[in-house]
Each structure stands twice: as structure tokens, then as C-alpha cells.
Ligand binder design. Structure first.
Ligand SMILES: N[C@@H](CCC(=O)N[C@@H](CS)C(=O)NCC(=O)O)C(=O)O
Length: 77
């Protein structure tokens, strides 16, 4: 799984804190530079059409794009 984050933004930070609290490891972090508008580039929009971080890309290619949905999914695993 890949987690797209911008560490200084609050929503991705919530997920990063959740990972630490739960002791979850093994997720690749991909840093998206909001200042460089990386989240508005075609490659990222293909994963997250609303151009927001965080996004969790599952191994089968599906992508979760809401903080609470990501945390709930990880909790379920
Ligand atoms: N409803 C989304 C909101 C995510 C969100 O607003 N992310 C902000 C960073 S905290 C973002 O990507 N902002 C970039 C933009 O709006 O251009 C969630 O809870 O995950």
C-alpha cells in the first residue's frame, strides 16, 4: 500500500498519527508537495480526482481519499 501525504497538512498528519498510535508499519509513504501543486498534476488526479491528501492506494489499485475512511480501513485490517 502507498499513502500519499503532505506531512505539514493536518489531514495527512491525522493518518500519520493514527499509524504511529496503532503501530502500523509497512506502508510506503509518498510525499506530495502542495506548494508545488503536485496534487493537481495529472498523475495524482488519476488517483485522487478531488486533488486532496491524504490518499491510500491499495495493492489492487483502488484508492481511498478520505482521512476517516483510510483510518477505518486500516483499523479493519
Ligand atoms: N475530506 C478530506 C479533506 C482533505 C483535505 O482537505 N486535505 C487538504 C490538506 S489538509 C488538501 O489536500 N488541500 C489541498 C487543496 O485543497 O488544494 C479528508 O478528510 O481527508
Amino acid at each position: 500500500m502507498k499513502l500519499y501525504v503532505s506531512p505539514r497538512a493536518p489531514s495527512p498528519r491525522r493518518v500519520l498519527m493514527f499509524l504511529v498510535e496503532k503501530g502500523i508499519t509497512g506502508i510506503d509513504l509518498v510525499h506530495i508537495d502542495l506548494n508545488a501543486h503536485e496534487h493537481k498534476r495529472e498523475a495524482y488526479l488519476a488517483k485522487s480526482p478531488l486533488a486532496k491528501v491524504p490518499a491510500l492506494e491499495l495493492d489492487d489499485g483502488r484508492v481511498l481519499t478520505e482521512t476517516r475512511a483510510i483510518c477505518t480501513y486500516l483499523e479493519g485490517l
